[in-house]
Design a protein around this ligand. Sequence first.
Ligand code: 5GP
Ligand code: MN
Length: 804
Amino acid sequence: MMGCASSIHISDRVVYHSGKESEDSQNCGHTRPSARQSPLTEVQFGPMKLYEDQLQVLLVFAKDDAQSGGFSWACERAGFRCNVARTPEAALESFQEKSHDLILIDHRHARGFDAEALCRSIRAVSCSHNTVIVAVVKRPDREEATVMPLISAGFNRRYVENSNMMACYNELLQLHHGEIRAQIKLRACNAVFTALEQSQEAIEISNEDQIIQYVNPAYECIMGYQRGELLKENTEVPKSEKNKPDLLDNISSCIHRGKEWQGVYYAKKKNGDSVQQNVKMTPVVGQGGKVRHCVSVNRPLNDHNKTEKPCERVQAESQTDIQQFSKHKDRRKGSLDVRSTTSRGSDAGSSQRRHSSMARIHSMTIEAPITKVINIINAAQESSPMPVAEALDRVLEILRTTELYSPQLGTNEEDPHTNDLVGGLMTDGLRRLSGNEYIFASKQVHHIPSHLTTPLSLNDIPPCIAQTMENEDSWDFDIFSLESATMKRPLLFLGLKIFSRFGVCEFLNCPEATLRSWLQILEANYHSSNSYHNSSHAADVLHATAYFLCKERVKQSLDPIDEVAALIAAAVHDVDHPGRTNSFLCNAGSDLAILYNDTAVLESHHAALAFQITTRDDKCNIFKNMERNEYRTLRQAVIDMVLATEMTKHFEHVNKFVNSINKPLAALEENEGSGDEDSVKNILTAPENRMLVKRMLIKCADISNPCRPLELCVEWAGRISEEYFAQTDEEKQQGLPVVMPVFDRHTCSIPKSQISFIDYFITDMFDAWDAFADLPNLMQHLDNNFKYWKGLDEQKLRSLRPPE
Ligand code: 5GP
Ligand code: MN
């Protein structure tokens, strides 16, 4: 009995998915005594949790017979409450009192009561549309009459007489899990509609062809339309001519891809006025995974003074609230589904593609507080008088600077005390005015094995190696061929070639022999035993960095010293990587974690060690001949970039880049077509923006594997997975916490791990980087690779490649 009672409370999910549970509930029904309390069943309906009461059934049978007995027994067994009415009058009375979920009406006897008339009378009672009505009919000799008269009378279906108890019981079960459940959910829709009707925000629902299907009273009030006139004939969403045509294209392409769009948009009021609104449009996916509806929530931007009373609270100020409605995980999932079904980039022109990258940036899912602040101020500016708007401009300028909490030191600060205090207390090691390098025990430094020190010149690189590097300026360059041709010394050879292409030696005023020694000792300090973080990864990041440096926008932004810093940072950025993550080192209490206080442990070490091995020996000191100030600037830039590869700051770097660079550039382009040259140049070359470009550049280079041609991407995925597996093995062996339990070599799905990595870190970052630097080939590879992993995952494969 106890067991039975608890199994009644099975959730919707269990009912559908576990045959065993349903069996149990049937058995329970069977043995339950007739005097039972009403059990509540949970029914999940979208984000709502509904409770289904004990079902109320009404049997309308003029007299008891085997058929009515069968249904009574079936109700008993299913645990439904059952009333029996003998006459239409009694039936109506009972229904008005109890509003049954299900009514079964005897329709077998022409001489009894008129079942169809009874059904019509019941349907005339208000709210009877939530009741399922079934006609119990005679078994026809031949199936020749249609059920249409029954449907017209208001019946939902017919039951061909069969008094077998199991047949009656099965019929009730089907009705319960089919039509009755659906009615319960439809009833809940009334609550949702009420919420929409009460909302202060103007809400509009359209179908996939932008035909309006619903607007709420707030919408009527703000826009001046009556709902009736919008729903009357296939009315399209009213559009204002004030919107740029490609804005509308962007929005509709966003929605059709299943992506949310958020931004400022002109809507047309009934009186012809255009009203600027902050709009959030969310696609709703229906049958076939296609976008079937679009929900748009609108807040007027600048005319809250003019709107009538009930809408007064609709203000731009509460803008941030909207974002809390959607959890970004869910939205990302939506975008993911779309990515797998559309091929973006392949069929569109480059500028259209970059526009859609920008559109995605506008709806960027991982929204930092600072982004919200900037959006609010932008909205407030719209309705502010000139002096306020200008003051807010200056506020924005400050908010957009990269170091909000570090006072910017003037070069000739008046008071030396202030200078020292600020310099000594308020800034970190990177900005300290006098050097303070760490001293390392020499055992940490690898020396070059003597057989590898044979100097070679760029001119006498072995032909087989030179050949593998011929297309090093192409994105599709195969680093793994170089890895084998050089017997795992790709950094030396690719470094020589790329540094020479960029004139690094000339810039540093250093002999080529010094560069060679430097690359050699640097490469020797990468661990060839790591499957991922070895010198091939460094060479790969150097390659991507050089590739990005050749992009027009990047060239416009960076100075020669930035380029040199970027190339050096790429080459050194993972030096002496132990093949374990920061969290592992912290958990294990390693010397490095102790030294760096568990903070950016590896990145700090890579940067510090890079300078140590460079400067400890003149033979490989590429900075030796640099002018002191220039060296400090270069050093600062290298350190900043290496530290930027730390992943805990990933979203900070990406968000700052989008806010300070993508968005201002997009605003310029929107205002004056291609944007006036000087303003663009100002944005690109402001020192703090150059820093953001450099950080973004090395970050993108560092995790560009998913944008490489498929074969390279797959190889890298195999290597990083293997390195993580080895870490998990060691954690288990040493009884350390397992940092990433999914990376267990016995259970890991590599496709799933790649899908998550791309979805969480890569997509938004490369959308932003592509919008800036224009990288159609990378985005195409990313798309292909993503589909590749999705394909494997859909086949439930966990391996790197499909089986032969
Ligand atoms: P790096 O240590 O290479 O400078 O920083 C890149 C970070 O991204 C590292 O933490 C690395 O483990 C991680 N990473 C790179 N590629 C992948 C990948 O394909 N999957 C996952 N999960 N992490 C990756
Ligand atoms: Mn790296």
